[in-house]
Design a protein around this ligand. Structure first.
Ligand SMILES: [Zn+2]
Length: 269
């Protein structure tokens, strides 16, 4: 089993050099249409189940700590970006991406330059639980691992990310994280295609599940952040109905792999 895991993973990693050719589940049109109708008819506020996210007390260090399960459970998926961090006195391998809390930005948004992941104040306020937060972090990392962000840009930041992550894990020293808010705004303007968004959702869904998070929670988040079935949320983005159906399909694909003892990795062509 172990050998098979390594071979399959090798395929993913090799593809990652030139951008993996991901093999996403086909979106069933009828399911998307039915979901869009459902979202039109239901108040998004009735969707969420658990709410244990106290946004008013969230700090820079909290955002890093809450991301830790996603960063440490997915080292296998980020071979080019692995860093070693001191966590509770022990050295732990993790994917080298650092959440940056852009607290003054009131618009719910998240974006990445390949090393930092900007999470706006509006987003922290909109989040209801840690799984929702982790699904956002995992989605942004998904953009990086699918090579939507040019590698040259990523390399420039990785050293800074290691220092900032290590500082935050060691004692939550927020001032070790550079003031990146202004720079982040320029990445926020970067638009991805619909296809890229779905690819990031696909990798992100796996990363969330591998870290013990609930894909179902992530899919419900798309109902809550929904566009009311209109499909125009943020212009170039897939509709929240498409994203809900994709997440549900990923959950089924992931569970089938678990049941069959297959490697828990995104499908590549
Ligand atoms: Zn995205």
């Amino acid at each position: 089993m172990k050998a098979l895991t390594l071979i399959v993973f090798g395929a993913f990693a090799m593809n990652a050099q030139a951008g993996p050719k991901l093999n996403l589940p086909d979106l069933d049109r009828a399911a998307v249409k039915a979901e869009a109708k459902w979202q039109r008819d239901v108040d998004p506020e009735d969707v969420y189940v658990s709410a244990d996210w106290n946004w008013m007390e969230m700090t820079q260090a909290d955002l890093i700590r809450h991301a830790l399960p996603v960063l440490t459970a997915n080292v296998e998926l980020c071979p080019d970006d692995v860093v070693t961090l001191p966590v509770d006195g022990e050295n732990v391998e993790a994917c080298g991406f650092i959440p940056y809390y852009d607290q003054v930005n009131p618009y719910p948004n998240a974006y990445t330059d390949g090393s930092y992941i900007w999470i706006t104040g509006g987003m922290v306020r909109a989040i209801r639980n840690a799984d929702e937060y982790r699904s956002i972090v995992a989605h942004e990392i998904g953009h990086v691992l699918a090579d939507h962000i040019k590698k040259k840009r990523r390399r420039a930041w990785i050293g800074a990310a290691v220092g900032a992550l290590a500082g935050a894990y060691a004692g939550g020293a927020a001032d070790q994280v550079h003031d990146m808010a202004a720079l982040g705004a320029s990445f926020g303007a970067m638009a991805f295609s619909k296809k890229m968004e779905l690819e990031a959702d696909y990798i992100g869904g796996y990363m969330l599940a591998r870290s013990g998070g609930s894909i179902k929670t992530a899919s419900d988040m798309w109902r809550r952040f929904g566009d009311g079935g209109k499909g125009s949320f943020l212009g170039s983005h897939p509709s929240s109905a498409q994203r809900f159906v994709l997440m549900r399909d990923i959950a089924a694909e992931y569970k089938a792999k678990q049941d069959n003892g297959q490697p828990l990795l995104p499908n590549v062509k």
